[in-house]
Design a protein around this ligand. Structure first.
Ligand SMILES: [Zn+2]
Ligand SMILES: [Zn+2]
Length: 241
C-alpha cells in the first residue's frame, strides 16, 4: 500500500498533508485553504499560559485562570488555536498515525521557539511522557516526535527518559478542575535527577488543553532539580465560555 502510494506520488502533483487534496499550485506543504483556516496565536495573550484573548484591545496580562492558581511553569506558548484545520491535522497525526505531519508541526514550533525564547536560554527539551499502556495502543508518543524534530532544528538536546509517567490517567477533558489535579497527582516522576540540576527546561506537548498535565510535569521537574520550566505546544485549546 505504501509502495503504491509512493509510486503514485511520483507521477502526481504534491498532496496537501492536511486535507490530502492534490496541490493545484504544485507546491509542497499545507494548501492555501488549510493554511487559511489556521488561527495563529498572536498578542495579546495571557502572559503566563499563552491563551489568546478574544479582544484585541487589551494588553498582554495574566488571564482569569492563571491569576488565582499559581503555575509551576514560568511561561507556556503555543503556535495555533486548537480548532479548524490544525485540530483536524493533529487528530489525523495522532489517531490515524499520519506521522508525516511531524516535520510541518515541528518547523512551526521551531519558529515559535525562536520568537519566544532568547538564544541559549534553554538547556533541554523534555517531551510530556505517555504511560506505557497508551504508548502500546498508539505506537508512538506524539510529544516525543515533536521534541526529536525540534531538537534537530534548534540544536537543543532532548531527553525522553528523565520524566516518566508511572500512573495511567483518564483523559482530562472529561474531568472538572479539582478532579483533574487530584487525578494527576503522583502520575509523573523524575529519574536521573543529577541530569536535571540547575537546567532551564522546555516541556514539549502537542496540545495545551487545561494546562493541568504540563503544570503537574513542571512541578515534578522543579522538584527534581530543574531551575526553570517553560512549555511549548503546537496548539492551545480555547476555553468554552
Ligand atoms: Zn489542504
Ligand atoms: Zn493564563
Amino acid at each position: 500500500m505504501r509502495l503504491r502510494s509512493t509510486l503514485f506520488q511520483f507521477f502526481l502533483p504534491p498532496q496537501c498533508p492536511c486535507c490530502e487534496r492534490f496541490s493545484e499550485e504544485g507546491k509542497q506543504g499545507f494548501c492555501s485553504n488549510c493554511l487559511s483556516q489556521i488561527r495563529w496565536i498572536e498578542p495579546p495573550f495571557c502572559s503566563i499560559c499563552g491563551i489568546p484573548f478574544i479582544s484585541r484591545e487589551v494588553e498582554t496580562h495574566p488571564c482569569g485562570a492563571c491569576v488565582p492558581h499559581r503555575k509551576y511553569f514560568t511561561i507556556a506558548r503555543a503556535l495555533g488555536a486548537f480548532e479548524g484545520s490544525l485540530q483536524e491535522a493533529i487528530h489525523r497525526w495522532k489517531y490515524q498515525g499520519k506521522t508525516y505531519l511531524t516535520p510541518f508541526f515541528a518547523s512551526w514550533m521551531a519558529e515559535g521557539l525562536n520568537r519566544y525564547w532568547e538564544p541559549g536560554s534553554l538547556d533541554l527539551l523534555i517531551p510530556v511522557p505517555l504511560h506505557t499502556r497508551r504508548l502500546r495502543e498508539r505506537g508512538f508518543n506524539q510529544a516525543l516526535l515533536l521534541a526529536k524534530d525540534l531538537s534537530r532544528r534548534t540544536g537543543i538536546p532532548y531527553r525522553k527518559t528523565i520524566l516518566q509517567k508511572k500512573k495511567s490517567t483518564v483523559p482530562q477533558v472529561n474531568l472538572s478542575g479539582a478532579k483533574r489535579e487530584k487525578g494527576l497527582r503522583g502520575a509523573f516522576h523524575v529519574v536521573e535527577k543529577e541530569e536535571l540540576s540547575g537546567l532551564s527546561v522546555l516541556l514539549i506537548d502537542d496540545v495545551y488543553t487545561t494546562g493541568a498535565t504540563v503544570n503537574e510535569c513542571s512541578k515534578v521537574l522543579l522538584k527534581g532539580g530543574a531551575e526553570r520550566v517553560d512549555v511549548l505546544t503546537l496548539a492551545h485549546a480555547l476555553r468554552k465560555s
